[in-house]
Design a protein around this ligand. Structure first.
Ligand SMILES: *[C@@H]1O[C@H](CO)[C@@H](O)[C@H](O)[C@H]1NC(C)=O
Ligand SMILES: *[C@@H]1O[C@H](CO)[C@@H](O)[C@H](O)[C@H]1NC(C)=O
Ligand SMILES: *[C@@H]1O[C@H](CO)[C@@H](O)[C@H](O)[C@H]1NC(C)=O
Ligand SMILES: *[C@@H]1O[C@H](CO)[C@@H](O)[C@H](O)[C@H]1NC(C)=O
Ligand SMILES: *[C@@H]1O[C@H](CO)[C@@H](O)[C@H](O)[C@H]1NC(C)=O
Length: 557
């Protein structure tokens, strides 16, 4: 057999084993991850580039496409990317968190292989190793509806991806040193928009160009480290059409709050006098307001003509929280619109399913051995050399972690314990997760492997009678939720995706210092219908599992 044939055959075998729907198209990418100079706030520093780009390349695909990304790590540190919100059905092996995968060693490569199954929308990828996210490696993944599946708005003239967020000039190594020494990374230095920043009046290249009369889709993601932002387009209204993979009721907004890790799509029509306009992005709920602008140009307009009168930000402080909470409540699932499948979103009646488990999560900060740590219900997660999923798969979990250190109810004491944190969950349970934030800062949370219904956000403490205030009809299905200071949020989901799934603070500093856990969701049947086997290309690491025999494979039934 010729070498090429053999390789082709191996590829087919791997593909066949991993993916049942072999007929869905494949998209192949080769990404080189390197250091390179970036200067989002005008200060040159060491950045992380993908194929020379910051932000990284956009993946543009369609529901059910198979995505194959061969990532070459040319940094001097281990590296890993996660695809936040991509559900990785049956496949936590590709999730790119340190609890499920060995990081890619310097000079090595790893090929991610996943399917964007039954999803549409706008997603972020970013590094989960160290504080790499503060230096780059961030980018977006757009999933379009398949042809023939109706999209609830006319095809826009074009689409623009806008990746924005807070930024630090210090560089990821200095930031990591701060955290490792027990301190915080402090406040960010500014706001970047697609890798740049500008003040009103600066002569800069336009972010995008629109033609009079046409409508454009802006896919906007907050890829920052810890700061919520508000964004607005001078002189234009924005029509919200998509939020983290759901088609929303199409309300219009003058400005939108966007929290860390969240993505949404708005339509903007070029219906104003042809000239330049500012896109304004400013920080929310921070002592000092940071902001940046970018230029939106009309193709037939006069360059450099944007008015310096920029639209004001929404109120801050408690009034600002009330404003933002109201805006959250205005986000509704369009029940009659389709998402990835032909049936309308509203044909899934989540409000009629009985809750089988309630997990209340309370975030806290504390000191352990004189060093800052962040915790969930008193447990501050630490990664181990052997990824938790591998330890469990090979049957040696007891050598690496203990299940259920995090209890469903937060303990009364504020003490913090550092340990790998895995919560045992029952396959197909319908769970309610309450996030209660007793701290003075806003939080955002991300759940991998699932989307959940974000049924409520309210001030104060949660209690069971608050359930009568839940939106059990048209809450948006998403994977990230924010929790205002002194408030709570409730989400609901069916744990029908077997695997080891990360629930984390989407604020990188907090996740790095332990504010995360993993849900172990095992299918009792050990069936390939529920979970894929360990992929052949997966590196093993940590010293415990490398020499062990492979567990018996899951059965195809
Ligand atoms: C992105 O993908 C969609 C659907 O496959 C396609 O219509 C569109 O032209 C693509 N855009 C770019 C910039 O490749
Ligand atoms: C690394 O890249 C090579 C060359 O493209 C490829 O053949 C190999 O499968 C990749 N290794 C992994 C672990 O993905
Ligand atoms: C919801 O989606 C339907 C079906 O595509 C569409 O006709 C309707 O305008 C949308 N409704 C709202 C309020 O956005
Ligand atoms: C939910 O629980 C109620 C009360 O325990 C029960 O009567 C009902 O049948 C359950 N519904 C479903 C769909 O299981
Ligand atoms: C995890 O939960 C399942 C039932 O959902 C149970 O069978 C199993 O024994 C539990 N494992 C541990 C380690 O608690």
């Amino acid at each position: 057999m010729g070498r090429v044939t053999l390789v082709a055959l191996l590829l087919c075998l791997t593909a066949g084993a991993l993916l049942v729907q072999a007929e869905d198209p494949y998209l192949f990418f080769e990404w080189k991850v390197t250091y390179g100079t970036v200067a989002p706030l005008g200060v040159p520093q060491q950045g992380i580039l993908i194929n020379g780009q910051f932000p990284g390349p956009r993946i543009n695909c369609t529901s059910n496409n198979n995505i194959v990304v061969n990532v070459f790590n040319q940094l001097d540190e281990p590296f890993l990317l996660t695809w936040a919100g991509v559900q990785q059905r049956k496949n936590s092996w590709q999730d790119g968190t340190l609890g499920t995968m060995c990081p890619i060693q310097p000079g090595k490569n790893f090929t991610y292989h996943f399917q964007v199954k039954d999803q549409i929308g706008t997603y972020l990828y970013f590094p989960t190793t160290g504080l790499h996210k503060a230096a780059g490696g961030i980018g977006t993944l757009n999933v379009h509806s398949r042809d023939l599946i109706p999209v609830p708005f006319d095809r826009p003239a074009d689409e623009f991806n806008v990746v924005l967020g807070d930024w630090y000039n210090k560089g990821h190594k200095s930031l990591k040193r701060l955290l490792d020494s027990g301190r915080t990374i402090g406040r960010p230095d500014g706001i970047q928009i697609n890798g740049k920043s500008a003040k009103v009046g600066d002569k800069v290249e336009p972010l995008v160009t629109m033609e009079t009369g046409k409508t454009y889709r802006y896919r906007v993601c907050n890829a920052g480290m810890k700061t919520s932002v508000n964004f607005r387009v001078q002189g234009h209204i924005m029509k919200l059409v998509e939020l983290e993979g759901s088609h929303t009721v199409q309300n219009t907004y003058d400005s939108l709050d966007l929290h860390v890790g969240q993505c949404l799509s708005v339509l903007v029509t070029a219906d104003q006098e042809p000239k330049d306009y500012y896109l304004v992005v400013s920080s929310r709920f921070t002592k000092k307001v940071l902001s940046s602008v970018a230029i939106i140009r009309y193709s037939n307009g006069k360059a450099g003509s944007a008015s310096p009168a920029i639209p004001p930000p929404p109120p801050e402080n408690s009034q600002g929280i009330a404003w933002s909470m109201n805006q959250f409540r205005s986000f509704r699932w369009n029940l009659t619109a389709s998402a990835a499948r032909p049936n309308p979103q509203g044909s899934y009646h989540y409000g009629q399913i009985n809750i089988t488990r309630t997990i209340k999560i309370v975030n806290s900060a504390g000191q352990v051995g004189g060093k800052l740590r962040y915790a969930i219900n008193g447990i501050s997660h630490e990664d181990k050399e052997t990824p938790l999923k591998l330890a469990e798969y090979f049957g040696v979990s007891e050598k690496v972690f203990q299940y259920n250190l995090v209890k469903d109810e937060a303990p009364a004491s504020a003490a913090v314990t550092v340990a790998p944190s895995v919560v045992n969950a029952t396959f197909r349970n319908f769970v309610e997760i309450i996030f209660e934030n007793r701290e003075k800062t806003i939080q955002t949370w991300n759940l991998d492997g699932y989307s959940f219904f974000a049924v409520a956000i309210e001030p104060g403490r949660w209690s069971p009678e608050k359930r009568k205030n839940y939106n059990l009809l048209d809450a948006v299905s998403r994977h990230n939720i924010h929790v205002y200071p002194g408030s709570w949020a409730a989400v609901m989901t069916t744990l029908d995706n077997a695997g080891m799934w990360n629930l984390r603070s989407e604020m990188r500093e907090r996740a790095y210092l332990g504010q995360q856990l993993y849900f172990s969701v095992l299918s009792p049947e050990r069936s390939l219908r529920d979970e894929y086997n360990l992929p052949d290309n997966h590196p093993l690491c940590g010293g415990l599992v490398e020499k062990l025999p492979l567990p018996p494979p899951y059965i195809a039934n």
